[in-house]
Design a protein around this ligand. Structure first.
Ligand code: CP
Length: 306
Protein backbone atom coordinates (compact mmCIF):
# COMPACT_ATOMS: atom_id res chain seq x y z
CA UNK A 1 0.00 0.00 0.00
CA UNK A 2 1.16 3.56 -0.73
CA UNK A 3 0.56 5.84 2.26
CA UNK A 4 1.54 9.04 0.38
CA UNK A 5 0.58 10.99 -2.74
CA UNK A 6 3.87 12.33 -4.08
CA UNK A 7 3.13 12.52 -7.79
CA UNK A 8 1.25 11.00 -10.72
CA UNK A 9 4.39 9.68 -12.43
CA UNK A 10 4.41 6.65 -10.15
CA UNK A 11 0.67 6.30 -9.60
CA UNK A 12 -1.30 3.77 -11.64
CA UNK A 13 -4.21 4.66 -13.93
CA UNK A 14 -6.40 2.57 -11.58
CA UNK A 15 -5.48 4.68 -8.53
CA UNK A 16 -5.95 7.92 -10.50
CA UNK A 17 -9.40 6.70 -11.60
CA UNK A 18 -10.26 5.72 -8.02
CA UNK A 19 -9.43 9.26 -6.83
CA UNK A 20 -11.49 10.83 -9.63
CA UNK A 21 -14.49 8.58 -8.91
CA UNK A 22 -14.36 9.46 -5.21
CA UNK A 23 -13.90 13.15 -6.06
CA UNK A 24 -17.11 13.14 -8.12
CA UNK A 25 -18.97 12.07 -4.98
CA UNK A 26 -17.13 14.65 -2.88
CA UNK A 27 -18.00 17.40 -5.34
CA UNK A 28 -21.69 16.86 -4.60
CA UNK A 29 -20.91 17.59 -0.94
CA UNK A 30 -18.87 20.70 -1.81
CA UNK A 31 -21.80 22.02 -3.88
CA UNK A 32 -24.47 21.48 -1.23
CA UNK A 33 -25.38 23.85 1.60
CA UNK A 34 -24.47 21.44 4.42
CA UNK A 35 -20.81 20.55 3.75
CA UNK A 36 -20.00 17.95 6.38
CA UNK A 37 -18.87 14.32 6.42
CA UNK A 38 -17.30 12.25 9.20
CA UNK A 39 -14.61 10.77 6.91
CA UNK A 40 -11.70 12.38 8.80
CA UNK A 41 -13.33 12.70 12.24
CA UNK A 42 -10.61 12.75 14.89
CA UNK A 43 -7.77 12.95 12.32
CA UNK A 44 -5.28 15.82 12.11
CA UNK A 45 -4.20 17.49 8.86
CA UNK A 46 -1.29 19.97 8.81
CA UNK A 47 -0.51 22.19 5.83
CA UNK A 48 3.23 22.97 5.72
CA UNK A 49 3.86 25.58 3.03
CA UNK A 50 7.33 26.91 2.16
CA UNK A 51 5.90 28.80 -0.84
CA UNK A 52 2.92 31.11 -1.20
CA UNK A 53 -0.47 29.70 -2.10
CA UNK A 54 -4.11 30.74 -2.17
CA UNK A 55 -6.00 27.91 -3.88
CA UNK A 56 -4.07 24.83 -2.78
CA UNK A 57 -3.61 25.74 0.88
CA UNK A 58 -7.13 27.01 1.44
CA UNK A 59 -8.73 24.11 -0.41
CA UNK A 60 -6.78 21.53 1.63
CA UNK A 61 -7.82 23.32 4.83
CA UNK A 62 -11.49 23.51 3.78
CA UNK A 63 -11.42 19.91 2.53
CA UNK A 64 -10.10 18.75 5.92
CA UNK A 65 -12.73 20.79 7.78
CA UNK A 66 -15.58 19.59 5.56
CA UNK A 67 -14.56 16.05 6.53
CA UNK A 68 -14.46 16.87 10.29
CA UNK A 69 -10.65 16.77 10.68
CA UNK A 70 -8.55 18.99 12.91
CA UNK A 71 -6.76 21.28 10.44
CA UNK A 72 -3.77 23.56 11.03
CA UNK A 73 -1.50 25.66 8.79
CA UNK A 74 2.16 26.52 9.13
CA UNK A 75 4.19 28.66 6.73
CA UNK A 76 7.95 28.90 6.53
CA UNK A 77 7.85 32.66 6.98
CA UNK A 78 6.09 32.46 10.37
CA UNK A 79 7.86 29.37 11.76
CA UNK A 80 11.16 28.26 13.31
CA UNK A 81 12.43 27.71 9.76
CA UNK A 82 13.38 31.38 10.09
CA UNK A 83 15.62 30.41 13.03
CA UNK A 84 17.42 27.86 10.88
CA UNK A 85 15.42 24.69 11.60
CA UNK A 86 15.85 22.18 8.79
CA UNK A 87 13.03 20.74 6.71
CA UNK A 88 13.62 17.27 8.19
CA UNK A 89 13.53 18.57 11.80
CA UNK A 90 10.42 20.61 11.01
CA UNK A 91 8.70 17.54 9.55
CA UNK A 92 9.67 15.37 12.55
CA UNK A 93 8.28 18.07 14.88
CA UNK A 94 4.94 18.23 13.06
CA UNK A 95 4.76 14.42 12.89
CA UNK A 96 5.38 14.16 16.64
CA UNK A 97 2.23 16.18 17.35
CA UNK A 98 0.00 13.33 16.17
CA UNK A 99 -0.37 14.51 12.59
CA UNK A 100 -2.10 12.02 10.31
CA UNK A 101 -1.76 13.88 7.01
CA UNK A 102 1.06 16.30 6.16
CA UNK A 103 0.40 18.47 3.11
CA UNK A 104 3.66 19.97 1.86
CA UNK A 105 4.61 22.66 -0.64
CA UNK A 106 8.32 23.34 -1.13
CA UNK A 107 10.48 25.12 -3.70
CA UNK A 108 12.86 22.15 -3.82
CA UNK A 109 11.94 19.34 -6.24
CA UNK A 110 11.82 16.09 -4.26
CA UNK A 111 11.23 17.65 -0.83
CA UNK A 112 8.08 15.57 -0.09
CA UNK A 113 9.83 12.42 -1.36
CA UNK A 114 12.60 13.11 1.17
CA UNK A 115 10.15 13.51 4.06
CA UNK A 116 7.60 10.77 3.29
CA UNK A 117 9.72 7.77 4.45
CA UNK A 118 10.78 9.60 7.62
CA UNK A 119 7.31 10.22 9.08
CA UNK A 120 4.27 8.13 10.02
CA UNK A 121 1.92 10.71 8.56
CA UNK A 122 0.70 10.39 5.00
CA UNK A 123 2.51 13.04 2.93
CA UNK A 124 0.69 14.84 0.13
CA UNK A 125 2.74 16.79 -2.39
CA UNK A 126 1.11 20.22 -2.80
CA UNK A 127 3.78 21.29 -5.31
CA UNK A 128 7.53 20.65 -5.20
CA UNK A 129 9.77 22.95 -7.23
CA UNK A 130 9.52 22.17 -10.93
CA UNK A 131 8.64 18.51 -10.31
CA UNK A 132 4.94 17.76 -9.69
CA UNK A 133 1.66 19.18 -8.38
CA UNK A 134 -0.48 16.03 -8.42
CA UNK A 135 -3.69 17.36 -6.87
CA UNK A 136 -3.72 20.22 -9.41
CA UNK A 137 -3.62 17.73 -12.30
CA UNK A 138 -6.29 15.61 -10.63
CA UNK A 139 -8.60 18.59 -10.27
CA UNK A 140 -7.95 19.50 -13.89
CA UNK A 141 -8.88 15.96 -14.95
CA UNK A 142 -12.00 15.98 -12.77
CA UNK A 143 -13.13 19.24 -14.39
CA UNK A 144 -12.54 17.87 -17.89
CA UNK A 145 -14.38 14.62 -17.12
CA UNK A 146 -17.37 16.50 -15.72
CA UNK A 147 -17.61 18.68 -18.83
CA UNK A 148 -16.62 16.16 -21.52
CA UNK A 149 -17.51 12.79 -19.99
CA UNK A 150 -13.96 11.38 -20.22
CA UNK A 151 -10.40 12.46 -21.01
CA UNK A 152 -9.77 9.45 -23.27
CA UNK A 153 -9.12 10.54 -26.87
CA UNK A 154 -9.31 14.26 -26.12
CA UNK A 155 -6.79 16.71 -27.51
CA UNK A 156 -5.37 18.79 -24.67
CA UNK A 157 -3.17 21.80 -25.57
CA UNK A 158 -1.05 23.21 -22.75
CA UNK A 159 0.49 26.60 -23.52
CA UNK A 160 2.91 28.72 -21.53
CA UNK A 161 5.91 28.34 -19.25
CA UNK A 162 6.40 24.60 -19.68
CA UNK A 163 9.97 24.69 -18.37
CA UNK A 164 9.18 25.83 -14.82
CA UNK A 165 5.79 24.13 -14.49
CA UNK A 166 5.13 21.31 -12.04
CA UNK A 167 1.49 21.46 -13.16
CA UNK A 168 2.38 20.44 -16.71
CA UNK A 169 4.42 17.44 -15.57
CA UNK A 170 1.63 16.06 -13.37
CA UNK A 171 -0.92 16.72 -16.10
CA UNK A 172 1.17 14.94 -18.73
CA UNK A 173 1.59 11.88 -16.49
CA UNK A 174 -2.08 11.78 -15.54
CA UNK A 175 -3.69 12.69 -18.85
CA UNK A 176 -1.59 10.32 -20.96
CA UNK A 177 -2.25 7.45 -18.51
CA UNK A 178 -5.97 8.06 -19.02
CA UNK A 179 -5.64 8.12 -22.81
CA UNK A 180 -5.59 11.82 -23.75
CA UNK A 181 -3.42 13.29 -26.52
CA UNK A 182 -1.34 16.12 -25.04
CA UNK A 183 0.46 18.88 -26.93
CA UNK A 184 2.55 21.64 -25.36
CA UNK A 185 3.33 25.05 -26.83
CA UNK A 186 5.44 28.02 -25.90
CA UNK A 187 8.73 29.76 -26.64
CA UNK A 188 11.46 27.17 -27.34
CA UNK A 189 13.47 28.56 -24.41
CA UNK A 190 10.61 27.60 -22.07
CA UNK A 191 10.21 24.02 -23.33
CA UNK A 192 12.75 21.56 -21.91
CA UNK A 193 14.13 18.87 -24.27
CA UNK A 194 12.73 15.97 -22.21
CA UNK A 195 9.14 16.89 -23.11
CA UNK A 196 9.00 14.75 -26.27
CA UNK A 197 10.23 11.75 -24.27
CA UNK A 198 7.09 12.09 -22.11
CA UNK A 199 4.91 11.22 -25.11
CA UNK A 200 3.60 14.70 -25.92
CA UNK A 201 3.74 16.78 -29.10
CA UNK A 202 5.82 19.94 -28.88
CA UNK A 203 5.02 23.13 -30.84
CA UNK A 204 6.63 26.54 -30.88
CA UNK A 205 3.59 28.13 -32.47
CA UNK A 206 0.39 28.62 -30.54
CA UNK A 207 -1.70 28.01 -33.67
CA UNK A 208 -0.25 24.53 -34.24
CA UNK A 209 -0.57 23.55 -30.58
CA UNK A 210 -4.16 24.73 -30.21
CA UNK A 211 -5.64 23.59 -33.52
CA UNK A 212 -8.72 21.35 -32.98
CA UNK A 213 -8.04 21.12 -29.24
CA UNK A 214 -10.81 20.04 -26.85
CA UNK A 215 -9.06 21.80 -23.98
CA UNK A 216 -6.79 24.85 -24.04
CA UNK A 217 -4.88 25.09 -20.78
CA UNK A 218 -2.76 28.16 -20.11
CA UNK A 219 0.13 27.99 -17.67
CA UNK A 220 1.26 30.96 -15.65
CA UNK A 221 4.43 32.66 -16.79
CA UNK A 222 6.42 32.24 -13.57
CA UNK A 223 8.21 35.57 -13.61
CA UNK A 224 9.70 34.84 -10.16
CA UNK A 225 11.55 31.79 -11.53
CA UNK A 226 12.73 33.19 -14.88
CA UNK A 227 16.45 33.21 -15.55
CA UNK A 228 17.72 35.88 -17.91
CA UNK A 229 17.63 34.82 -21.54
CA UNK A 230 14.75 32.34 -21.23
CA UNK A 231 11.92 34.84 -21.42
CA UNK A 232 11.68 37.70 -23.91
CA UNK A 233 9.26 40.23 -22.38
CA UNK A 234 5.63 40.11 -21.34
CA UNK A 235 4.62 42.16 -24.37
CA UNK A 236 6.50 39.88 -26.77
CA UNK A 237 5.17 36.73 -25.06
CA UNK A 238 1.58 37.92 -25.37
CA UNK A 239 2.10 38.91 -29.00
CA UNK A 240 3.25 35.42 -30.00
CA UNK A 241 1.68 33.07 -27.41
CA UNK A 242 -1.06 34.94 -25.55
CA UNK A 243 -4.51 33.49 -26.30
CA UNK A 244 -7.24 35.93 -27.21
CA UNK A 245 -10.64 35.23 -28.77
CA UNK A 246 -9.14 35.13 -32.27
CA UNK A 247 -6.55 32.48 -31.37
CA UNK A 248 -9.06 30.49 -29.31
CA UNK A 249 -11.04 29.97 -32.55
CA UNK A 250 -8.29 27.58 -33.76
CA UNK A 251 -9.51 25.13 -31.08
CA UNK A 252 -12.84 23.30 -31.27
CA UNK A 253 -15.84 25.63 -30.80
CA UNK A 254 -16.70 23.95 -27.48
CA UNK A 255 -13.11 23.79 -26.21
CA UNK A 256 -12.65 24.34 -22.49
CA UNK A 257 -10.42 27.19 -21.35
CA UNK A 258 -8.46 26.18 -18.26
CA UNK A 259 -5.74 27.67 -16.07
CA UNK A 260 -4.40 26.47 -12.71
CA UNK A 261 -4.18 30.03 -11.42
CA UNK A 262 -3.09 32.51 -10.40
CA UNK A 263 -3.63 34.01 -13.86
CA UNK A 264 -1.59 36.88 -15.29
CA UNK A 265 -4.39 38.67 -17.12
CA UNK A 266 -3.31 39.86 -20.55
CA UNK A 267 -0.30 37.50 -20.57
CA UNK A 268 -1.44 33.86 -20.84
CA UNK A 269 -5.01 34.80 -21.86
CA UNK A 270 -6.87 37.99 -22.66
CA UNK A 271 -9.38 39.01 -19.99
CA UNK A 272 -12.20 38.33 -22.48
CA UNK A 273 -11.11 34.67 -22.73
CA UNK A 274 -10.62 34.29 -18.95
CA UNK A 275 -14.12 35.65 -18.30
CA UNK A 276 -15.67 34.13 -21.43
CA UNK A 277 -18.25 31.36 -21.81
CA UNK A 278 -15.66 28.66 -22.49
CA UNK A 279 -13.70 29.33 -19.30
CA UNK A 280 -13.97 26.75 -16.49
CA UNK A 281 -11.31 28.34 -14.31
CA UNK A 282 -13.64 28.84 -11.32
CA UNK A 283 -15.02 25.32 -11.78
CA UNK A 284 -11.43 24.05 -11.45
CA UNK A 285 -11.22 25.71 -8.03
CA UNK A 286 -14.38 23.92 -6.85
CA UNK A 287 -13.01 20.63 -8.21
CA UNK A 288 -9.87 21.29 -6.18
CA UNK A 289 -11.70 21.00 -2.87
CA UNK A 290 -13.41 17.78 -4.00
CA UNK A 291 -10.17 16.18 -5.22
CA UNK A 292 -8.36 17.03 -1.99
CA UNK A 293 -11.23 15.54 0.03
CA UNK A 294 -11.04 12.37 -2.07
CA UNK A 295 -7.26 12.02 -1.73
CA UNK A 296 -7.34 12.54 2.04
CA UNK A 297 -10.21 10.05 2.43
CA UNK A 298 -8.32 7.38 0.47
CA UNK A 299 -5.06 7.99 2.38
CA UNK A 300 -6.83 7.92 5.75
CA UNK A 301 -8.33 4.54 4.79
CA UNK A 302 -4.90 2.97 4.25
CA UNK A 303 -3.69 4.54 1.02
CA UNK A 304 -3.39 3.37 -2.57
CA UNK A 305 -3.58 -0.32 -3.27
CA UNK A 306 -0.29 -0.58 -5.20
N1 CP B 1 -2.81 26.43 -8.71
C1 CP B 1 -2.17 26.66 -7.58
O1 CP B 1 -1.36 25.86 -7.11
O2 CP B 1 -2.50 27.86 -7.00
P1 CP B 1 -1.92 28.40 -5.63
O3 CP B 1 -0.46 28.70 -5.83
O4 CP B 1 -2.74 29.64 -5.32
O5 CP B 1 -2.10 27.33 -4.59
Amino acid sequence: MKKDLLGLKDLSAESITAILNEAQEMKKIVCQTEKKTKDLAGRTVVNLFYENSTRTRLSFELAAKYMSANAANITASGSSVQKGETLIDTAHTINAMGTDILVMRHSMSGAPHLIAPLVNASVINAGDGMDEHPTQALLDMLTIIEKKGSVKGLKIAIIGDIYHSRVVRSNIYGLTKLGAEVSVGGPSTLIPPEMEKLGVKVFNSVHEAVIDADVVMGLRIQLERQKSGLFPSIREYYRFFGIDEKRLKFAKPDALVMHPGPVNRGVEFSSSVIDGDQSVINEQVTSGVAVRMAVMKILSNGGFNE
